[in-house]
Design a protein around this ligand. Structure first.
Ligand SMILES: [Fe+2]
Length: 341
């Protein structure tokens, strides 16, 4: 209900001006307040106005239904799964642009130019400051019996976990990953449940010692003045970057795509060039506690306090190719049933 209302209100706001010259229409899965500082800076620099339609679901279906008359110019979303869903759903178009391709490393964009990563987020281990003396960890060792009864995690089918499990398949193959998932499942303290933040809460309460979670939630919790309780959850954990000493930490992306029938294509490309630039990357990363994809761009002080991240260097397309298989393995091993031995 709330989602439908938000979508309607936002669209109502943009409808009047959407087709005027000097504008660009953004369809976003990201909250408007997260992207507004970026869009304001873009307008300041170029004079091009932006209109945002926020959706929390059904973005691809909406653009597909609008067809050739869709006002959508640029799509903003999070998660490689959603970017690929947009491409496969036929609502994006290829873009080969020198500036963008120079700024965004090849591992974080579609070779055909149908989507581009803007920021990365690590899928890391949240560990109890009190009960976990370890300062390093690997994803592989999460299946080690030393962690029995000590791990919390959200739904195995959640796209954040599917991305990680797909990267395990990409590195080690399906057979290894099936055994690994079984090992992790049997180290869980309970059935997968909650979201990433609630795993930190479970660590604080002593229910578990380690959990999987995305980096930016730690930043969001640490700075949550609206719900200060979350600061305590975050204070109870430290961030361990898995595989920092070898193949690197799994990262997912937030990203952008050029909509298939973009009516303001020139302005859309200008916005996309801007979003890939160092200035925009730093504004965006700071706003959302993520990592800029542009090498050398700064992270926020809060994120810097976690220590350096060494991202897995596998191209995201190669990881994403294993998402379906990862999802099948989650079901096959009964991951969401929790520990069975
Ligand atoms: Fe998230």
């Amino acid at each position: 209900m709330r989602a439908a209302l938000l979508a309607t209100v936002s669209f109502g706001m943009m409808a009047g001006a959407a087709f005027a010259d000097g504008e660009v229409n953004v369809y976003s899965y990201r909250q408007p307040e997260l992207i507004q500082p970026l869009l304001d800076e873009f307008t300041k620099e170029t004079g091009i106005a932006t209109n945002v339609l926020f959706l929390d679901k059904g973005l691809v279906e909406r653009i597909a239904a609008e067809g050739a008359n869709s006002p959508a110019d640029v799509i903003l979303t999070v998660d490689i799964g959603r970017l690929i869903e947009a491409k496969d759903g036929g609502v994006t178009q290829p873009l080969q642009n020198e500036t963008i391709n120079k700024d965004i490393p090849a591992q974080y964009r579609d070779p055909a130019g149908e989507w581009f990563g803007l920021t990365t987020r690590g899928r890391v281990v949240y560990a109890s400051k009190e009960r976990v003396p370890e300062t390093a960890i690997t994803y592989e060792e999460l299946a080690d019996p030393k962690w029995k009864g000590r791990i919390c995690v959200r739904d195995g089918q959640h796209s954040y976990n599917i991305g990680l499990f797909a990267s395990m398949i990409a590195h080690h193959g399906a057979e290894f990953t099936e055994k690994w998932l079984t090992g992790v499942k049997n180290n869980l303290v309970r059935k997968p449940d909650g979201n990433d933040r609630s795993q930190a809460k479970s660590i604080m309460s002593g229910e578990c010692d380690i959990a999987l979670g995305n980096t930016y939630y730690v930043g969001l919790m640490l700075t949550n003045d609206k719900d200060p309780e979350e600061k305590e959850w975050a204070a109870a954990i430290k961030v361990l970057f898995p595989n920092a000493a070898d193949r690197g930490t799994h990262v997912n992306i937030s990203g952008m795509a050029l909509a298939k029938n973009a009516p303001n294509k020139d302005n859309a490309v200008k916005l996309m060039e801007f979003l890939s630039s160092g200035k925009a990357q730093e504004i965006y990363a700071d706003q959302v506690f993520e990592y800029p994809v542009l090498p050398g761009a700064k992270v926020s002080d809060v994120v810097a306090s976690f220590g350096p991240i060494k991202p897995d260097t596998l191209p995201l397309v190669d990881i994403a190719a294993n998402r379906k298989l990862a999802s099948e393995l989650v079901d096959k091993v009964g991951f969401n049933d929790g520990p069975t031995q």
